[in-house]
Ligand binder design. Structure first.
Ligand code: FAD
Length: 576
């Protein structure tokens, strides 16, 4: 059998290590699988490669003032030199670096530059995510097939709409109902207010274009908690904008504050930290998966755990790695890889476009609190027809803020008057950034190294992902259109720049295990089950058939909840 014979396995007695369900990974999607399966009465084992992180207790910096942090929140030169890759991640700082991996501990091989951003701990990246949660519309589900740049999804918006509602009500999403075709409404808590400049931009854009809409984006923040949030032990968002440290109020959604404790209350949950899943075990006789091989990250002892269904939620690239490493006589090239497509069509979002400008006036108005959200201009490109020289759409995040008065206008750059001038707020700055769809391509792939392994004997992942000409055109359109919209609204001194960042730094890793109706051109069916191994479900970003232009995590939660419901129904019928 093509398994790693160097592993000394402690099966612990099949009985003792047997559960109804195993969930690999405890991040955003794994937390949802745990909640849904435990609520439905399944004894569920969550395997997490990282350490445990308990809500509140394990947020050591949550309440520190800047002067209580040794370097006022900045990372040291030494940290930067030791972690050149992970320290590029958005928001990485002295106050939250403990929720990101260290570069040296978790190597991988970049055939082409790819910044793989990871948070290995209970809760995964749910602790540090940006919390933006728009729904997909049918434009995204159908675009790739309608315009011939990708494969068709086996599902439509109507299939997931009720599951979006299910997720939104539980996690708490703030936003306004805008009635936009390109960005469907959901179950919203009240939004944060647009400030006066954002309101001005909104009106100007609508007046000048008629079909472009600047609205509140949707965010997983409790602006006004419902009973279900209070029952989770969570409270109102305090607008501190210190979210990435972990929120002691539970003001934003994370697995740690929400799904995992909820699952635990059922009495059906077991979480095993420090447990890296090496591979999934395939039972050749029963023709289904029977469990997983796990390596204790501290002792390096291997153990097997068994279950009737397995949910793979390691985050897209790790889920690809686990499946590629799950070889057997039936699946010599990775579990479910009959099509040869496993690990291919890896994709990401185009986050290269950034813009800043200034706007005069509005100096009699200020705002209160540190709003942790941005506004959004919903995608207006390539909806009904292709109306540009590229395919796919993009979302424009934007906003306005009053900067600190740096005393530049004060004639003397010293003394009481200078200090006094700095207590006044400065002028308004307007900003925007791009989140663009990318085209899934076969050549953008991950595969296993044939000879290099990590400290647990698991093959290193090789990443081979790059931009294409479509990304350049889309980026250029963002610059031209956003500059025009801002100029028409009176924004001046506009600067824009291409960050030229490597794929991966967008932290929206997707694909490799895509959903589809035809097993010849996809790995997963419409319920996220592996076509050729129906008791294994992949419901994180690996399942994505295309990228759309919206932040993806709420779709992973939605597909997870939907797949859990299906899996349990199938179990009841004796089909898995
Ligand atoms: C700074 C930042 C901002 C972001 N902003 C947004 C946003 O605004 N909106 C949005 O939609 N998304 C955002 N994201 C992305 C979002 O965090 C991810 O899409 C989401 O966390 C993916 O969920 P997941 O369950 O697939 O993976 P994760 O949350 O990463 O969880 C995966 C878990 O699996 C564990 N694991 C991996 N491999 C194994 C293994 N072999 N064995 C056992 N355990 C394993 C990991 O340790 C981890 O805990 C952001 C991310 C970051 C870091």
């Amino acid at each position: 059998m093509p398994q790693d014979s160097s592993i000394n396995i402690n099966s612990g007695g099949a009985q003792q290590n047997a559960y109804d369900a195993i969930v690999i990974g405890s991040g955003i999607s794994g937390g949802w699988a745990a909640k849904e399966l435990c609520e439905k009465g399944l004894k569920t084992l969550v395997l997490e490669r990282g350490r445990d992180v308990k809500h509140i207790k394990d947020y050591p910096t949550a309440n520190l003032a800047p002067w209580e942090l040794k370097h006022r929140g900045s990372i040291t030169r030494e940290t930067q030199l030791r972690n050149p890759l992970i320290s590029r991640a958005a928001g990485y700082g002295e106050d939250d670096q403990h929720f990101f991996v260290n570069d040296d501990d978790h190597p991988y091989i970049q055939e082409k530059p790819f910044d793989w951003i990871r948070g290995y701990q209970v809760g995964g990246k749910s602790l540090t995510w940006g919390r933006c949660t728009q729904r997909w519309s049918d434009f995204e589900f159908t675009g790739p097939q309608r315009f011939g740049y990708g494969w068709d999804w086996p599902i439509r918006y109507a299939d997931v709409a009720p599951w979006y509602s299910h997720v939104e009500k539980f996690i708490g999403v703030c936003g306004s109902k805008d009635g936009l075709e390109a960005m469907p409404d959901g179950e919203f808590l009240p939004p944060f207010e647009l400030n006066c400049v954002e309101q001005h931009l909104k009106e100007s854009i609508l007046k000048n274009y008629g079909n472009r809409y600047l609205v509140h984006a949707r965010w997983a923040h409790l602006t006004h908690p419902d009973q279900v949030h209070i029952d989770q032990g969570r409270g109102q968002c305090q607008a501190r904008n210190l979210c990435m440290r972990g929120c002691p109020f539970g003001g934003y959604f994370s697995s740690n504050s929400s799904t995992l404790p909820w699952a635990e209350k059922t009495g059906n949950l077991t979480v095993r930290p420090f447990s890296v899943v090496h591979s999934i075990i395939y039972d050749e006789q029963k023709q289904k998966a029977s469990g997983v091989r796990v390596i204790d990250t501290n002792t390096k002892q291997a153990t097997e755990y068994f279950a009737k269904i397995i949910f793979v939620n390691g985050s897209a690239l790790n889920s690809n790695l686990i499946l590629l490493n799950s070889t057997s006589n039936r699946f010599p090239n990775g579990l479910g890889n009959d099509s040869g497509l496993l690990g291919k069509y890896i994709c990401h979002h185009n986050y290269r476009g950034w813009m800043n400008g200034e706007i005069d006036g509005f100096t009699d108005t200020y705002y209160y609190g540190r709003n942790p959200t941005d506004a959004i201009i919903a995608n207006y490109r390539n909806l009904h027809t292709i109306d540009t020289d590229f395919v796919g759409g993009y979302t424009t995040y934007c906003g306005a803020r009053r900067d600190r008065n740096n005393g530049e206008s004060c004639p003397q750059q010293i003394g009481a008057a200078y200090k006094e001038s700095m207590t006044e707020p400065g002028g308004w700055t307007v900003y925007a950034y791009l989140q663009g769809e990318t085209i899934p391509k076969e050549k953008n792939h991950v595969r296993l190294s044939p000879d290099k392994k990590d400290q647990w004997g698991i093959p290193l992942l090789i990443t081979s992902v790059e931009y294409d000409d479509n990304d350049e055109k889309l980026l250029n359109d963002f610059f031209v259109q956003t500059e025009e919209m801002f100029s028409k609204a009176g924004v001046k001194n506009i600067e824009h720049w291409d960050s030229k960042q490597a794929p991966g730094l967008d932290i929206h890793e997707m694909g490799g295990c895509r959903m589809g109706s035809d097993p010849k051109s996809s790995v997963l069916d419409k319920w996220n089950a592996v076509h050729a191994c129906k008791n294994v479900f992949v419901t994180d970003g690996a399942c994505m058939t295309s990228t759309g232009n919206q932040s993806p995590s709420i779709l992973y939660m939605t597909l997870t909840a939907r797949a859990c419901n299906y899996a349990v129904e199938e179990m009841k019928k004796g089909n898995v």
